[in-house]
Design a protein around this ligand. Structure first.
Ligand code: GLU
Length: 417
């Protein structure tokens, strides 16, 4: 793995090292936990609607499976790379450990631009990609889920393709499915709900009143959109939202429900008339209390970190802050709730979905949300206590909790051969 500056995997390693030093992690375990267990690269030939054949490259990385089956989403994006997917799979490992669920970490990605593809092409690509990695996945092996540009429909195709191959319906091979075919109630909203809980708990810790907070959100997909809705429901003011195309600002607070409906039709917040247009790069310097990056990696960097006025940052996205920017924010006393904690409710509810599928018995939405609330608060408390105990930021604390849990089990299991 090339350790150059822009490498997302290098950023993960930097975060890991900071915590591993504090834990005094022994060199052997250190080596194991900084190497991906399996990296699979596949070529997926697809006949496009114009009759031509295109070949798409896909990856599935199983970073660590010590605690259980690999778990993590699949993203469709032009910027996908093996480096990125490996870092994301490592983050899933730490995320599942922080969330205290019996899963390892995995991630998949296909280099493609779904905005330029038809539904049929996307379906064909999904099915071919799954066929190419079929031997590596399964309810006990590796359980994919949605991520950037994949959704419930994509998961339905994955479930169907896998089931056709093994000859019987296997719902628990994938999570984030439509409820009709074994999905869990509450899964769609789960990541946003966890971001809302993380914001609420952070405010509580810092003695701030959530109802008086002004919040800016980057990204309005499954994470940013639902987070904004649920936070607005709690009485917080969502003053700004930006996405891939532009942004919108309203000092009095945006009508998030209306914005949500607008985005469903227009695929972007740009052009929403319930506020003033906002250039995407102006989001960071806004006079707000809470900033929620909920898009892609490497968004908060040394070029914009100094502009930030927010007191709290809740990382809805995976890896939105570069390590040097993170240090800068910490030195200014900004309270950053890291990705592996802040957005962990998505995978926690995936775990609930997997349990329900295997049990064949489904919970009510209230039961799911109640269990999610308990899990998220347990994780938040564990990380906060660790951060106070070691006098480190919340990111380092989350890694300490995660690495410790995986290391304990690695030691207990011992070496094979
Ligand atoms: N893609 C989500 C994440 O990054 C969810 C993964 C899952 O549910 O397995 O956490």
């Amino acid at each position: 793995m090339a350790a150059h500056k822009e490498s997302v995997f290098s950023a993960m390693l930097e975060e890991f090292d900071a915590a591993a030093h504090i834990l005094n992690l022994e060199p052997g375990i250190w080596k194991i936990l900084t190497h991906p267990k399996r990296q699979i690269t596949v070529s997926c030939p697809i006949q496009m609607d114009n009759g031509e054949i295109e070949v798409f490259t896909g990856y599935r990385v199983q970073y660590n499976i010590t605690l259980g089956p690999a778990k993590g989403g699949i993203r469709f994006h032009p910027s996908v790379s093996l480096d990125e997917v490996t870092a994301l799979a490592a983050w899933m490992t730490w995320k599942c450990a922080v969330a205290h669920i019996p899963f390892g970490g995995g991630k998949g990605g296909v280099i493609c631009d779904p905005t330029k593809m038809s539904q049929r092409e996307i379906e064909a690509l999904t099915r071919r990609y799954v066929a190419e990695i079929i031997d590596a996945i399964g309810p006990e092996k590796d359980v994919p889920a949605p991520d950037v540009n994949t959704n419930e429909q994509t998961m339905a195709w994955i479930m169907d393709t896998y089931s056709m191959h093994v000859g019987h319906t296997t719902t628990s091979v994938v999570t984030g499915k439509p409820v009709e075919l074994g999905g869990s109630l509450g899964r769609r909203e789960a990541t946003g709900r966890g971001v809302m809980i993380a914001t609420r708990e952070s405010c509580k810790h810092l003695g701030m009143d959530l109802q008086k907070t002004r919040i800016a959100v980057q990204g309005f997909g499954n994470v940013g959109g639902i987070s904004a809705l649920l936070l607005a429901e709690q009485g917080a003011r969502i003053v700004a939202v930006t996405d891939w195309k532009g942004g919108v600002y309203n000092e009095k607070g945006l009508d998030v429900q209306n914005l949500f409906e607008y985005v469903q039709q227009n695929r972007t917040v740009a052009g929403f008339t319930g506020g003033d247009p906002l250039a995407s790069d102006k989001l960071w310097g806004l006079d707000v209390d809470v900033l929620i990056p909920a898009a892609l990696e490497n968004q908060i960097t040394m070029t914009n970190a100094a502009e930030i006025k927010a007191r709290i940052i809740i990382e809805g996205a995976n890896g939105p802050t570069t390590p040097d920017a993170n240090d800068h924010l910490h030195s200014r006393g900004i309270f950053v709730v890291p990705d592996i904690l802040a957005n962990s409710s998505g995978v926690t509810t995936s775990y609930f979905e997997w349990v329900q599928d295997r049990y064949g018995y489904f919970w009510t939405e209230a039961e799911v949300n109640q269990r999610l609330e308990a899990k998220m608060c347990e994780a938040f408390d564990a990380v906060l206590k660790t951060s106070l105990k070691y006098k480190v930021d919340m990111r380092t604390a989350a890694y300490i909790v995660a690495i410790n849990r995986v290391a304990i089990v690695t030691r207990m299991r011992g070496m094979y051969a």
